[in-house]
Design a protein around this ligand. Structure first.
Ligand code: GLC
Length: 403
């Protein structure tokens, strides 16, 4: 299916409607009612889509994110530009121990987004301007999030994965496979309090409270370090280009050694890198960074993506395998299809030349938006829209292109 022109237009209109001014800069809110702030990986998605319409606005998304980078290099996952925008959901009421931003980060998609912008308009001045920030951010992740030097990047809170309530984090939060959102929230709040006590000092917080080496976060890191290496090369920083490329390959090697459980990549936790044996869409994230061989990828796709016992649903791809006890087609990150995870899988499939399978993901994403509009998530069995309205991630369908 080709993206109908009307959906392209509606995507662009939604991004424009959700655009907000922050002084000289602008950014886009994921949803005006439910998510009225700026989020890190959301803004990277917006920038990627905006390269199709307005590269200058894509740069604004990046510049507004970078304007609140911490001194240690971390880019916070939330920026509260508008204090009065506060609204509805309790999820937003989390106090991250700081004013103006949160104190944690999110999957590092920013180098990828910047590289996409550069491929569109070749603006060297922009690259030059943002390079020191990028360098600092990825160095922070490499230095602070890998205290054992095992070449895997750790997260200190489930929200850093971007998949707040995913069952991947149940064991560590001491939660059974089924539980209410309320209980999940309480557990996560307790963790935030612990994070605050250790002042969000990453090595300390990870050692003592919550330390997951998550598959999507690390796969995203690998692919982004490769983009960063290209950026450094463009700018003539040959040493950096070599360095970031080497780090990317080190993480890739470590992922193969420590996460691969017989063709299924699983997130690990704790000092001894124990595997978290829950099948979520994360098993497909390694495709995005081309970590699997062609044969391994074929097996993964045939055995899991295309099997209705696991991830094939009427409206694929559910974020949790349908055979998992935690699978709930309406549970936040516990089953529903999200367009961003579909986008990662789509791009991953193309890395292997699996065009027909990628097309299916694209078709399923388009039909979800056609059926239920720009909603936050969708019931994979019925296609019914769930969560926030006017949610921007659906616009990623514009970036589902085969070439
Ligand atoms: C939810 C999602 C997170 C996203 C945020 C804003 O918290 O879990 O990934 O960044 O909403 O859209």
């Amino acid at each position: 299916m080709i993206i109908p022109e009307i959906l392209r237009v509606r995507s662009y209109e939604l991004l424009k409607r959700n655009r907000r001014q922050a002084g000289e800069l602008s950014y886009t809110v994921p949803s005006p009612t439910m998510y009225p702030y700026q989020w890190l990986w959301d803004s990277c998605f917006h920038a990627i889509v905006l390269t199709h319409f307005e590269p200058e606005e894509a740069k604004q998304e990046i510049l507004s994110l970078l304007s609140r980078q911490f001194n240690n290099g971390m880019i916070p996952h939330m920026i509260y530009w508008d204090d009065h925008a506060f609204e509805s959901t309790r999820r937003l009421k989390i106090d991250w121990g700081k004013t103006g931003t949160s104190s944690i980060t999110q999957p590092p998609m920013i180098a990828y987004a910047i590289w996409r912008i550069f491929q569109k308009d070749g603006d060297m001045l922009f690259l030059k301007k943002i390079y020191p920030n990028l360098f600092h951010f990825y160095k922070y992740l490499l230095n602070e999030r890998d205290p054992h030097e095992r070449h895997l990047i750790g997260i200190l809170n489930p929200d850093e994965s971007g998949e707040d309530n995913s069952p991947r984090f149940d064991t560590l939060l001491d939660l059974p496979p089924t539980h209410t959102e309320e209980i999940n929230y309480q557990k996560r709040m307790k963790l935030v309090e612990e994070n605050k006590q250790c002042n969000f000092d990453a090595p300390f917080c990870m050692k003592n409270f919550f330390w997951v080496k998550d598959v999507p976060f690390n796969a995203i890191m690998v692919e982004n370090l490769r983009c960063l290496s290209h950026i450094a090369e463009k700018l003539g920083h040959e040493y950096d280009a070599q360095y970031f490329n080497t780090e990317a390959e080190r993480i890739a090697t470590s992922m193969r050694a420590l996460m691969d459980g017989g063709g299924l990549y699983l997130s690990t936790y704790g000092e001894d890198y124990r595997k978290i044996k829950v099948k979520t869409w994360a098993i497909f994230a390694p495709l995005f960074a081309k970590l699997l061989s062609q044969d391994e990828a074929r097996v993964l796709v045939d055995k899991y993506l295309l099997d209705p016992k696991f991830f094939l649903a009427n409206y694929s791809v559910p974020t949790v395998s349908r055979d998992e006890p935690s699978y709930n087609p309406e549970g936040f990150w516990r089953g529903p299809t999200w367009i961003a995870s579909n986008w990662f899988i789509y791009k991953g499939l193309l890395q292997y030349g699996f065009t027909a399978e990628a097309q299916k993901i694209k078709d399923s994403s388009i039909s979800l938006i056609e059926k239920s509009g720009f909603r936050e998530q969708f019931n994979p069995e019925t296609g019914e829209g769930l969560g926030a309205h006017d949610f921007t991630w659906g616009t990623l369908i514009v970036d589902m292109e085969e070439s």
